[in-house]
Design a protein around this ligand. Structure first.
Ligand SMILES: [Zn+2]
Length: 281
Protein backbone atom coordinates (compact mmCIF):
# COMPACT_ATOMS: atom_id res chain seq x y z
CA UNK A 1 0.00 0.00 0.00
CA UNK A 2 1.31 3.44 -0.88
CA UNK A 3 0.68 6.37 1.37
CA UNK A 4 0.10 9.69 -0.24
CA UNK A 5 -0.92 13.16 0.66
CA UNK A 6 -4.50 14.34 0.35
CA UNK A 7 -4.82 15.66 -3.16
CA UNK A 8 -7.57 17.04 -5.37
CA UNK A 9 -8.63 13.55 -6.41
CA UNK A 10 -9.37 12.51 -2.80
CA UNK A 11 -12.09 15.12 -2.84
CA UNK A 12 -14.07 12.97 -5.23
CA UNK A 13 -13.77 9.78 -3.24
CA UNK A 14 -17.13 8.71 -1.76
CA UNK A 15 -16.85 8.93 2.00
CA UNK A 16 -16.35 5.66 3.80
CA UNK A 17 -18.41 7.07 6.63
CA UNK A 18 -21.51 6.94 4.41
CA UNK A 19 -20.80 3.33 3.49
CA UNK A 20 -20.41 2.47 7.19
CA UNK A 21 -23.62 4.26 8.09
CA UNK A 22 -25.50 2.45 5.32
CA UNK A 23 -24.13 -0.92 6.40
CA UNK A 24 -25.19 -0.26 10.00
CA UNK A 25 -28.69 0.72 8.93
CA UNK A 26 -29.04 -2.37 6.74
CA UNK A 27 -27.90 -4.57 9.60
CA UNK A 28 -30.48 -2.97 11.90
CA UNK A 29 -33.21 -3.65 9.34
CA UNK A 30 -31.96 -7.23 9.03
CA UNK A 31 -31.94 -7.75 12.79
CA UNK A 32 -35.59 -6.71 13.02
CA UNK A 33 -36.41 -9.54 10.63
CA UNK A 34 -34.10 -11.93 12.46
CA UNK A 35 -35.87 -11.33 15.77
CA UNK A 36 -39.05 -12.66 14.18
CA UNK A 37 -37.22 -15.69 12.79
CA UNK A 38 -35.89 -16.76 16.17
CA UNK A 39 -39.02 -18.66 17.21
CA UNK A 40 -39.35 -20.51 13.94
CA UNK A 41 -38.73 -24.20 14.61
CA UNK A 42 -39.00 -25.68 11.15
CA UNK A 43 -37.77 -24.74 7.69
CA UNK A 44 -41.35 -23.95 6.67
CA UNK A 45 -41.80 -21.60 9.60
CA UNK A 46 -38.57 -19.80 8.72
CA UNK A 47 -39.72 -19.34 5.12
CA UNK A 48 -43.16 -18.13 6.25
CA UNK A 49 -41.58 -15.50 8.50
CA UNK A 50 -39.34 -14.31 5.66
CA UNK A 51 -42.38 -14.03 3.43
CA UNK A 52 -44.14 -11.94 6.06
CA UNK A 53 -41.15 -9.60 6.07
CA UNK A 54 -41.26 -9.32 2.27
CA UNK A 55 -44.90 -8.21 2.45
CA UNK A 56 -44.63 -6.05 5.53
CA UNK A 57 -45.39 -2.35 4.95
CA UNK A 58 -43.26 -1.51 7.97
CA UNK A 59 -40.20 -3.23 6.45
CA UNK A 60 -40.91 -1.48 3.19
CA UNK A 61 -40.96 1.91 4.93
CA UNK A 62 -37.64 1.18 6.68
CA UNK A 63 -36.11 0.24 3.33
CA UNK A 64 -37.34 3.44 1.67
CA UNK A 65 -36.05 5.54 4.53
CA UNK A 66 -32.61 3.86 4.55
CA UNK A 67 -32.21 4.29 0.79
CA UNK A 68 -33.30 7.92 0.96
CA UNK A 69 -30.88 8.71 3.75
CA UNK A 70 -27.89 7.12 2.00
CA UNK A 71 -28.55 8.76 -1.36
CA UNK A 72 -29.22 12.22 0.06
CA UNK A 73 -26.11 12.02 2.29
CA UNK A 74 -23.97 11.14 -0.72
CA UNK A 75 -25.58 13.90 -2.71
CA UNK A 76 -24.96 16.52 -0.01
CA UNK A 77 -21.42 15.32 0.48
CA UNK A 78 -20.60 15.43 -3.24
CA UNK A 79 -22.20 18.90 -3.42
CA UNK A 80 -19.51 19.99 -1.00
CA UNK A 81 -16.86 18.48 -3.32
CA UNK A 82 -18.21 20.31 -6.36
CA UNK A 83 -18.25 23.61 -4.51
CA UNK A 84 -14.67 23.09 -3.44
CA UNK A 85 -13.68 22.21 -6.99
CA UNK A 86 -15.47 25.35 -8.18
CA UNK A 87 -13.53 27.49 -5.77
CA UNK A 88 -10.28 26.29 -7.29
CA UNK A 89 -10.93 27.06 -10.91
CA UNK A 90 -11.91 29.61 -13.48
CA UNK A 91 -15.19 27.92 -14.37
CA UNK A 92 -16.20 28.23 -10.72
CA UNK A 93 -19.02 30.66 -11.20
CA UNK A 94 -20.71 28.45 -13.78
CA UNK A 95 -20.49 25.48 -11.44
CA UNK A 96 -22.03 27.40 -8.55
CA UNK A 97 -24.88 28.51 -10.77
CA UNK A 98 -25.44 24.96 -12.02
CA UNK A 99 -25.42 23.60 -8.46
CA UNK A 100 -28.10 26.07 -7.47
CA UNK A 101 -30.33 25.10 -10.38
CA UNK A 102 -29.71 21.39 -10.35
CA UNK A 103 -32.57 20.11 -8.20
CA UNK A 104 -35.09 21.45 -10.69
CA UNK A 105 -33.34 19.72 -13.55
CA UNK A 106 -32.48 16.16 -14.51
CA UNK A 107 -30.51 15.57 -11.29
CA UNK A 108 -33.66 15.42 -9.21
CA UNK A 109 -34.69 12.52 -11.47
CA UNK A 110 -31.36 10.79 -11.03
CA UNK A 111 -31.59 11.08 -7.23
CA UNK A 112 -35.06 9.55 -7.22
CA UNK A 113 -33.90 6.76 -9.47
CA UNK A 114 -31.02 5.93 -7.10
CA UNK A 115 -33.37 5.95 -4.10
CA UNK A 116 -35.77 3.62 -5.89
CA UNK A 117 -32.99 1.27 -6.98
CA UNK A 118 -31.51 1.05 -3.48
CA UNK A 119 -34.88 0.63 -1.76
CA UNK A 120 -35.66 -2.20 -4.17
CA UNK A 121 -32.37 -3.94 -3.33
CA UNK A 122 -32.99 -3.67 0.42
CA UNK A 123 -36.53 -4.99 -0.01
CA UNK A 124 -35.18 -7.93 -1.98
CA UNK A 125 -32.92 -9.05 0.91
CA UNK A 126 -35.45 -11.42 2.58
CA UNK A 127 -36.51 -12.87 -0.78
CA UNK A 128 -32.94 -13.48 -1.78
CA UNK A 129 -32.27 -15.16 1.59
CA UNK A 130 -35.39 -17.29 1.11
CA UNK A 131 -33.95 -18.49 -2.18
CA UNK A 132 -30.56 -19.22 -0.61
CA UNK A 133 -32.32 -21.21 2.11
CA UNK A 134 -34.38 -23.25 -0.34
CA UNK A 135 -31.24 -24.07 -2.28
CA UNK A 136 -29.34 -24.97 0.88
CA UNK A 137 -32.19 -27.18 2.13
CA UNK A 138 -32.41 -29.19 -1.08
CA UNK A 139 -28.65 -29.74 -1.09
CA UNK A 140 -28.62 -30.89 2.54
CA UNK A 141 -31.71 -33.06 2.10
CA UNK A 142 -30.03 -34.70 -0.90
CA UNK A 143 -27.07 -35.50 1.33
CA UNK A 144 -29.54 -37.16 3.71
CA UNK A 145 -29.52 -34.61 6.54
CA UNK A 146 -32.73 -34.60 8.56
CA UNK A 147 -35.02 -31.61 8.28
CA UNK A 148 -34.95 -30.66 11.98
CA UNK A 149 -31.14 -30.51 11.92
CA UNK A 150 -31.18 -28.44 8.73
CA UNK A 151 -33.54 -26.00 10.50
CA UNK A 152 -31.19 -25.86 13.49
CA UNK A 153 -28.18 -25.17 11.24
CA UNK A 154 -30.13 -22.48 9.48
CA UNK A 155 -30.90 -20.69 12.73
CA UNK A 156 -27.15 -20.37 13.24
CA UNK A 157 -26.39 -19.36 9.67
CA UNK A 158 -29.13 -16.83 9.02
CA UNK A 159 -27.39 -13.91 10.80
CA UNK A 160 -24.27 -14.46 8.66
CA UNK A 161 -26.41 -14.59 5.52
CA UNK A 162 -28.01 -11.25 6.37
CA UNK A 163 -24.68 -9.78 7.35
CA UNK A 164 -23.01 -10.65 4.06
CA UNK A 165 -25.94 -9.31 2.03
CA UNK A 166 -25.90 -6.04 3.98
CA UNK A 167 -22.16 -5.71 3.46
CA UNK A 168 -22.32 -6.37 -0.26
CA UNK A 169 -25.20 -3.94 -0.79
CA UNK A 170 -23.48 -1.19 1.21
CA UNK A 171 -20.13 -1.61 -0.48
CA UNK A 172 -21.42 -1.93 -4.02
CA UNK A 173 -24.29 0.54 -3.90
CA UNK A 174 -22.53 3.47 -2.27
CA UNK A 175 -20.01 3.41 -5.14
CA UNK A 176 -22.65 2.92 -7.81
CA UNK A 177 -24.87 5.66 -6.45
CA UNK A 178 -21.97 8.03 -6.08
CA UNK A 179 -20.92 7.42 -9.70
CA UNK A 180 -24.51 7.94 -10.90
CA UNK A 181 -24.75 11.27 -9.05
CA UNK A 182 -21.38 12.48 -10.40
CA UNK A 183 -22.45 11.47 -13.90
CA UNK A 184 -25.75 13.34 -13.58
CA UNK A 185 -23.96 16.46 -12.36
CA UNK A 186 -21.42 16.23 -15.17
CA UNK A 187 -24.23 15.93 -17.71
CA UNK A 188 -25.93 18.93 -16.19
CA UNK A 189 -22.76 20.99 -16.61
CA UNK A 190 -21.74 19.65 -20.01
CA UNK A 191 -18.70 17.80 -18.67
CA UNK A 192 -18.10 14.75 -20.87
CA UNK A 193 -14.95 13.33 -19.31
CA UNK A 194 -13.78 11.98 -15.97
CA UNK A 195 -10.60 10.49 -14.58
CA UNK A 196 -10.87 6.88 -13.35
CA UNK A 197 -9.62 6.76 -9.77
CA UNK A 198 -9.00 3.65 -7.70
CA UNK A 199 -9.27 3.49 -3.93
CA UNK A 200 -5.55 2.57 -3.94
CA UNK A 201 -5.96 -0.08 -1.27
CA UNK A 202 -5.09 -3.78 -1.48
CA UNK A 203 -8.55 -4.71 -2.64
CA UNK A 204 -8.27 -2.99 -6.03
CA UNK A 205 -8.76 -5.50 -8.85
CA UNK A 206 -5.77 -5.95 -11.14
CA UNK A 207 -7.81 -4.78 -14.10
CA UNK A 208 -8.84 -1.61 -12.27
CA UNK A 209 -5.33 -0.89 -11.12
CA UNK A 210 -4.53 -0.32 -14.81
CA UNK A 211 -7.35 2.22 -15.05
CA UNK A 212 -5.94 4.54 -12.36
CA UNK A 213 -5.55 8.01 -13.88
CA UNK A 214 -7.10 7.11 -17.25
CA UNK A 215 -9.40 9.78 -18.72
CA UNK A 216 -12.74 8.26 -19.79
CA UNK A 217 -15.71 9.65 -21.72
CA UNK A 218 -19.11 9.29 -19.97
CA UNK A 219 -20.60 8.09 -23.25
CA UNK A 220 -18.03 5.37 -23.75
CA UNK A 221 -17.38 3.12 -20.74
CA UNK A 222 -14.41 0.76 -21.00
CA UNK A 223 -14.10 -2.94 -20.23
CA UNK A 224 -11.19 -2.84 -17.76
CA UNK A 225 -10.92 -6.65 -17.97
CA UNK A 226 -10.65 -6.75 -21.77
CA UNK A 227 -8.06 -3.94 -21.66
CA UNK A 228 -6.05 -6.08 -19.26
CA UNK A 229 -6.35 -9.26 -21.40
CA UNK A 230 -8.82 -10.84 -19.01
CA UNK A 231 -12.30 -12.21 -19.71
CA UNK A 232 -14.61 -9.35 -20.70
CA UNK A 233 -17.32 -8.97 -18.02
CA UNK A 234 -18.91 -5.91 -19.60
CA UNK A 235 -18.37 -2.21 -20.24
CA UNK A 236 -18.84 -0.01 -17.20
CA UNK A 237 -17.76 3.20 -15.46
CA UNK A 238 -15.62 3.56 -12.34
CA UNK A 239 -17.48 2.24 -9.29
CA UNK A 240 -20.11 0.41 -11.32
CA UNK A 241 -19.34 -3.22 -10.59
CA UNK A 242 -19.85 -5.25 -7.39
CA UNK A 243 -17.34 -4.62 -4.61
CA UNK A 244 -15.63 -1.84 -6.57
CA UNK A 245 -14.44 1.24 -4.69
CA UNK A 246 -13.19 3.12 -7.75
CA UNK A 247 -14.73 6.50 -8.43
CA UNK A 248 -14.87 9.15 -11.16
CA UNK A 249 -13.11 12.49 -10.78
CA UNK A 250 -14.83 15.02 -13.04
CA UNK A 251 -12.53 16.70 -15.58
CA UNK A 252 -13.45 20.31 -14.95
CA UNK A 253 -10.27 22.00 -16.02
CA UNK A 254 -7.37 20.63 -18.10
CA UNK A 255 -4.76 22.68 -16.19
CA UNK A 256 -5.03 20.29 -13.25
CA UNK A 257 -4.05 17.27 -15.37
CA UNK A 258 -0.46 16.26 -15.92
CA UNK A 259 0.17 15.99 -19.68
CA UNK A 260 0.70 13.76 -21.57
CA UNK A 261 -2.03 11.71 -19.96
CA UNK A 262 -3.65 8.32 -20.51
CA UNK A 263 -6.99 8.46 -22.33
CA UNK A 264 -9.41 5.65 -23.13
CA UNK A 265 -10.07 6.25 -26.81
CA UNK A 266 -11.21 4.05 -29.69
CA UNK A 267 -11.19 0.93 -27.56
CA UNK A 268 -7.73 1.28 -26.08
CA UNK A 269 -5.71 3.29 -23.61
CA UNK A 270 -3.49 5.81 -25.38
CA UNK A 271 -1.17 8.57 -24.22
CA UNK A 272 -2.20 12.00 -25.41
CA UNK A 273 -0.76 15.46 -25.18
CA UNK A 274 -3.09 18.20 -24.07
CA UNK A 275 -3.35 19.38 -27.66
CA UNK A 276 -4.31 15.91 -28.91
CA UNK A 277 -6.92 15.62 -26.17
CA UNK A 278 -8.39 19.05 -26.92
CA UNK A 279 -8.94 17.89 -30.49
CA UNK A 280 -11.11 14.94 -29.44
CA UNK A 281 -12.82 16.63 -26.47
ZN1 LIG B 1 -12.63 -0.76 -8.90
Amino acid sequence: MTLRKNTAKDLWKPKRRIEEMYKRTLKQIASQIQVKLKDAKTIEEILVELKKAINSPEFSRYADRAAMKMVTSLFADAGHTWRQAARKNSKGKGIYEALKRELNGPIGGSINEQIRRNAHLIKSMPLSISKDITEHVSKEAFKGRRAEYIAEDLQKEIPTMFESKAKLIARTEVSKTSTALTKARCENMGIDWYIWRTSEDQRVRKSHYHMEGVIVNWNNPPSPEALNNEKNVGYYHAGNIYNCRCYPEAVIILDLIKWPSKVYYNGSIVRMTRKQFEEIM
